[in-house]
Design a protein around this ligand. Structure first.
Ligand code: C5P
Length: 298
């Protein structure tokens, strides 16, 4: 009991992400799609706290009652996989303070799973073996490997093959959500062959990042999944049209959140107020560079 009480809690942040480019280039035979995507971390985050648990059990609790805190939660699955791999003979209590909206296209669940892997390496004092974490992460979901390292990165394959990119120039980011969840698989299934992106679609954004050119970053935003999501949910299209009126706007991942990149806090606050008045859920955040503590992962 003494030992349990003495163990220092570990705190880990799980950052939301947007895709500056989400180019779906081909349908694969394994049910997934081939992507070229530019991921970008946002300052908006969930917080995971790890404390000692008697015995060898994993326990999970969260402030969000609409989220399962059972073995089907991706955090729990991440903990279980890591525990099995390293044959850990200890338990953990994980508390998730949820702020990222659920099923919103912001990678909240994937980021929580990645933060659980990073946090438990520290909490259980496991070896720092990036390749082990990458493998477990890729099994948990296509976006989980990126979420391990964060920052600005190019993802290929189903999004799990990663290359770091020059950090995106700073932007304020307004996120607006029409208030319903979207099933990622359904959006991919609705995508038509003729809507697939050419493999060169990502080139302009890579150049914009290399040159640190903010206007070019705004100009090159693209998401192949918009057409499919707009067909399923015309409300998302209406939301994007409102946001595009103020500058560069794009649907996040498979939706339904839409983001806008804004150069000043004044412009961002004005857009936030317009959207509030129209009844949308709105968040004002900013782009984030890779956290120091995650650098060993990519
Ligand atoms: O990997 P993850 O569980 O996040 O993917 C959820 C669903 O999204 C998959 O089951 C698949 O239908 C679709 N998907 C896809 N191609 C990708 C990523 C996801 O078709 N590259």
């Amino acid at each position: 009991m003494d030992n349990l009480e003495k163990k220092t809690p570990v705190v880990e942040r799980a950052y939301a992400k947007i895709n500056l480019i989400l180019a779906v280039t081909a349908k694969r035979t394994d049910g997934y799609h081939e992507l070229q995507t530019v991921f970008q971390s946002l300052a908006l985050h969930d917080t995971l706290t790890f404390t000692a648990n008697a015995g060898e059990e994993i326990a999970l609790a969260t402030n969000n009652p609409s989220l399962s805190a059972g073995p089907d939660n991706l955090i729990w699955r991440a903990a279980e996989r890591l525990k099995q791999f390293y044959k850990v003979r200890a338990g953990v209590k994980i508390y998730l303070e949820k702020r990222i909206p659920l099923a919103a296209g912001l990678g909240g669940g994937s980021s929580d799973a990645a933060a659980a892997l990073r946090g438990l390496v520290r909490f259980w004092q496991l070896p720092r073996e990036p390749e082990v974490l990458w493998r477990i992460a890729a099994e948990l979901g296509s976006d989980v490997p990126y979420c391990l390292a964060g920052g600005t990165a190019l993802g290929t394959g189903r999004g799990e093959h990663l290359r770091p990119l020059p950090p995106c120039p700073h932007f304020y980011v307004v996120l607006a959500n029409p208030g319903f969840p979207v099933a990622t698989a359904e959006v991919y299934q609705t995508l038509r062959e003729a809507e697939l992106a050419p493999t060169a679609a990502v080139a302009g954004m890579l150049q914009a990042l290399a040159e640190q050119n903010r206007m070019a970053v705004m100009r090159h935003l693209m998401n192949t999944l918009e057409k499919a999501a707009f067909r399923l949910y015309p409300q998302v299209k209406a939301l994007k049209e409102i946001m595009a009126g103020t500058g560069a706007a794009l649907m996040c991942g498979s939706g339904p959140t839409v983001f806008s990149l804004l150069p000043t806090v004044t412009a961002a606050t004005a857009l936030q107020e317009t959207l509030w008045r129209q009844g949308y859920q709105v968040w004002l955040t900013e782009t984030m560079q890779q956290p120091e503590g995650a650098k060993w992962l990519m």
